[in-house]
Design a protein around this ligand. Sequence first.
Ligand code: ADP
Ligand code: 5GP
Length: 202
Amino acid sequence: MLIVITGPSGAGKTTLIRRLLEKHPELKFSVSHTTRPPRPGEIDGVDYHFVSEAEFTRLLKKGFFVEWAVVHGFHYGTSKNEFKKSRFSDLILDIDVQGAKQIRNMNQKVKEALFIFILPPSRACLEKRLMARGDLSMAEFELRLRKASQEIKSYRLFDYFVINDDLDRALDQIEAIILAEHLRLSKMKKQIKEILNSFRMK
Ligand code: ADP
Ligand code: 5GP
């Protein structure tokens, strides 16, 4: 199953996904390509595949990406190779709202996709969190807030909503959503058929 985690910058996607992956090593993370320079502590091939603009454009022309977007002035994209990992295990995507919309629109091909929208509790809280990160200029900060208000307006396109107020509670809610999705008929059919067969044997 493809698990798309989206929402405005600063809502807490990266923090929540890190915690989720620590707790559930069986989940795989889709490592995006980006032209943004690495931040301290980020590892090439683990957090992102860091590439130049020229390399990103070359890959884009080759049809390498299933979705891509320009986010805060840099290119970001999910490659077909990463996407394929979802055949073998649940795959977590941390992508912006533009990218999530692209995947939602190709949903016929991606039947098993779950969209979780992460929201900050309020604008004031988002401002505080973006400020606390301390890595943004005033112009970048303003841009993210404007973009956040646009992105939140698209909320109807997504399946589930997690208000990231208390981190532990938000994490519990994401786990509950994933578990519930696995208990749907489409994913339980095989096991139910086995149970039915065991009844037929007698
Ligand atoms: P995103 O990946 O959505 O841009 P981050 O995970 O980088 O967001 O989180 C933005 C900032 O908010 C970080 O400094 C992070 O530590 C902080 N943060 C995330 N979730 C919470 C929370 N529930 N309570 C307080 N601070 C949080
Ligand atoms: P950051 O630079 O803070 O890691 O990420 C900035 C934004 O880009 C976040 O909202 C993140 O979800 C988004 N992002 C990361 N990878 C991708 C991707 O492959 N595609 C798209 N569309 N957005 C991405």
